[in-house]
Design a protein around this ligand. Structure first.
Ligand code: ZN
Ligand code: ZN
Ligand code: ZN
Length: 334
């Protein structure tokens, strides 16, 4: 376009010119991106280049040249996603019945328990601030063996308690009006005969209303029941409902920190937007200066490996929120 405009100028501005040249260049790019497999993308790039070159020499000849060039690249590459694998933790804590210090508990355990003999791999063996000793093993089976062994051999002196994983929670999305926490299980069993469930497999927890004014219902099930239910559509009344994992992180409305509620809060009032010492509605901070209190405290304790703090503590992509959700997933028996 620029060149033909230039030539127009030449035609009018320089009237004495004996010839006129007009060039038309057309480029057509066609990009096709085909998604074939979850991890393999086939990328087809079709590049069609049409070059129409028109030369008109007024006195001599008229020359028209049309040039069509089609160029096809088929390029396949493997796209690898890196998923963070969260290893499940199998923990137990050992406490002393006689207020023995953690180092003495450790010495006692080393003296009485032989992990090689009972075939238990120890991942963690450390003292906790509250005076207990924490031990982590590779599997649930190993944890049970170790717990029994400690309680049998150190009876009266030490007490081992394994950390129980929480049962998974699921959310049934957009339930019909007539469904309640009381009748969900009966309705589900009656209308979904393809899902082999029996009474007692589901514990209904609570219903909540969404911003779109629909209702969701949260249930608690065993790991086995979760497997039969997840990624299914449930027939309830005249509706078909989706079911998903329900993982949440509790954030306090007063101090904006995780894992407790405002009624149990022992922290200071902290603004969820700017991390200042005031309520959210009293915030006058410019959005460019918003800061996340949870990421700020993370950085305070991890000075070598700091994270971005320029977001509110309500931000769904906050790294501290993500870490809390992951922790909750790790503590769940999936
Ligand atoms: Zn709080
Ligand atoms: Zn504020
Ligand atoms: Zn954050």
């Amino acid at each position: 376009m620029a060149s033909s405009l230039g030539l127009m100028k030449m035609r009018h501005g320089r009237a004495k010119s004996k010839h006129v040249c007009t060039c038309v260049h057309t480029h057509v790019h066609i990009y096709t991106h085909t998604y074939i497999h979850k991890h393999t993308h086939t990328y087809i790039h079709t590049h069609t280049y049409i070059h129409t070159h028109i030369h008109r020499h007024t006195y001599i000849h008229t020359y028209i040249h049309t040039y069509i060039h089609t160029h096809i690249h088929i390029h396949t590459y493997v796209h690898t996603h890196t998923y963070k694998i969260y290893r499940k933790k199998f923990k137990l804590t050992v406490k002393s019945n006689e207020q023995l210090p953690p180092d003495t508990i450790k010495a006692l355990l080393k003296n009485k328990i032989n992990p090689t003999k009972i075939k238990v791999g120890i991942n963690t063996f450390k003292s906790l601030k509250d005076g207990r000793v924490l031990i982590e093993t590779n599997s649930r089976e190993e944890l049970e063996v170790l717990e029994k062994d400690i309680n049998a051999k150190c009876e009266g002196k030490l007490e081992a308690n394994s950390h129980k994983l929480r049962n998974p929670r699921l959310v049934v999305i957009n339930i019909p009006e007539e469904i309640t926490t009381e009748n969900l299980e009966d309705t589900l069993i009656a209308q979904n005969t393809d899902v082999s469930l029996t009474q007692g497999d589901i514990v209904t927890k609570f219903c909540y209303e969404t911003r779109q004014n629909t209702r969701n219902l949260v249930i608690e099930v065993s790991a086995k029941t979760r497997k039969t239910l997840i990624e299914r559509r449930l027939k309830l009344g005249w509706q078909i409902c989706k079911i998903e994992d329900y993982v949440v992180a509790t954030r306090c409305y007063k101090c904006s920190r995780y894992n407790h509620r405002a009624r149990d809060c022992r922290g200071e009032e902290t603004c969820p937007l700017c991390a200042g010492k005031h309520k959210l509605k009293e915030c006058t901070t410019n959005p460019q200066e918003y800061k996340c209190i949870n990421c700020l405290s993370y950085n305070k304790h991890n000075q070598k490996n700091t994270i971005c703090v320029n977001h509110t503590s309500l931000d769904k992509s906050c790294p501290s929120l993500r870490a809390n959700l992951d922790k909750n997933r790790r503590n769940t028996d999936y």
